[in-house]
Unconditional design. Structure first.
Length: 365
């Protein structure tokens, strides 16, 4: 990585209001001043073309500091606005946190339209009208089940992007029946967020699937590097394509994502490493053999589950309190499964698929 042309990095200040953040983001995108970071970073500077740095956790639990260029962010915004038919002067609402690329994308799309988004993150009661918005499946589930004000907001929008986690067919159908114009998005921080909508690549994006079902993506919105691990970034790029950890197939010309090839799950829009959950629980509560796994869930996308083998059974609330403090609130176990011994594959690895089957059987038993 070139070290000669470096740009200062400045973390976004939580005291900035939306107008100030938009102004600083606009300056970063035109190369004026510091690159912005959505949280702490381990390096002082970034390659000159990097405008935004976003932390994203991998299967090891070690955060990668993803450097995104202005051109990548603007390509993402332009292609997203084009897909949903957004015109200059139309309004996005912000329902997502600004610690994730999906939240920042709302701001960049708004800059492209010459507008300021409605900050709807902490609204209680009626929401102002917006032409477009974006949510994670957990928010969509809540709108359909117990938040009539949010439901009204989503129904009135011209398009509602849903991403960040798996969207179940049941939840999508319920949203459709309610009159919500859902656009299912697929992407990751490394692609400046969603780059494939309803199974179709946005302008400037292409994808491939290898013989094992692993998805690779080429996109004009692709990141520049991992600032704290450029070697890992180089290893993820093959012939210009970013090799994901996701599995999928093509049906009727569209991409269908089926799961992940590593142990990272996405629950409520948050990345959670199953290996990290297991490490924390086993080291905190001695004498237990445990395995973390996930099952599909209409509210969470993927619901975190924990299997515990043997006679020692720690208090469930104690486990959840510790996981919440050490990882995030999204890392609370939604269901505990008690087994005599953990199922393993022929290679001795935990058979997470078998655990998911056992959990499903127990819930329907």
């Amino acid at each position: 990585m070139e070290q000669t042309s470096q740009r200062e990095i400045r973390a976004i200040d939580p005291t900035w209001d939306l107008a100030e953040l938009m102004a600083r983001l606009a300056k970063a995108l035109i190369g004026d001043g510091s690159a912005l970071a959505l949280g702490p970073v381990s390096v002082a500077g970034a390659p000159d073309r990097v405008a935004l740095v976003v932390n994203t956790s991998g299967s090891t639990g070690i955060a990668k500091e993803v450097g995104l260029s202005a051109s990548a962010l603007l390509e993402s915004a332009k292609s997203a606005n084009k897909f949903v038919g957004a015109k200059p002067g139309q309004i996005w609402s912000l329902l997502l946190p600004l610690t994730h690329i999906a939240g920042i994308n709302i701001l960049v799309r708004s800059l492209e339209l010459g507008t300021v988004p409605i900050d709807a993150r902490e609204i209680t009661g009626k929401y102002p009208f917006a032409d477009f918005t974006a949510v994670v499946p957990t928010q969509l589930f809540r709108a359909l089940n117990d938040d009539s004000d949010l439901l009204e907001h989503l129904i009135s929008a011209q398009a509602v992007l849903v991403g960040g986690a798996a969207l179940s067919s049941e939840l999508r159908e319920a949203a459709h029946e309610a009159g919500i114009k859902v656009v299912e998005t697929y992407g990751m921080t490394e692609t400046s967020g969603g780059c494939i909508y309803n199974g179709t690549p946005l302008d400037g994006t292409e994808f491939e699937i290898d013989d094992l079902g692993v998805i690779s993506i080429f996109s004009k919105s692709l990141a520049t590097t991992y600032l704290n691990d450029p070697k890992s970034w180089d290893e993820k790029i093959r012939n210009g394509y970013f090799v994901t950890t996701d599995l999928g197939y093509i049906e009727d010309g569209k991409l269908v994502v089926t799961g992940r090839s590593d142990d990272l799950i996405i629950s409520g829009g948050e990345n959670i490493s199953l290996a990290e959950v297991e490490r924390i629980v086993s080291t905190t509560f001695s004498g237990i053999d445990c395995a973390a796994f996930a099952v599909s869930d209409p509210q969470w996308g993927q619901s975190l589950q924990l299997a515990i083998a043997g006679d020692v059974k720690p208090e469930q609330s104690a486990i959840n309190e510790y996981l919440s403090s050490q990882i995030s609130k999204a890392a609370k176990v939604k269901n505990f499964l008690y087994v005599s011994q953990l199922p393993r594959t022929a290679l001795g690895k935990i058979d997470r698929r078998k655990l998911a089957e056992l959990a499903t059987e127990a819930n329907h038993g």
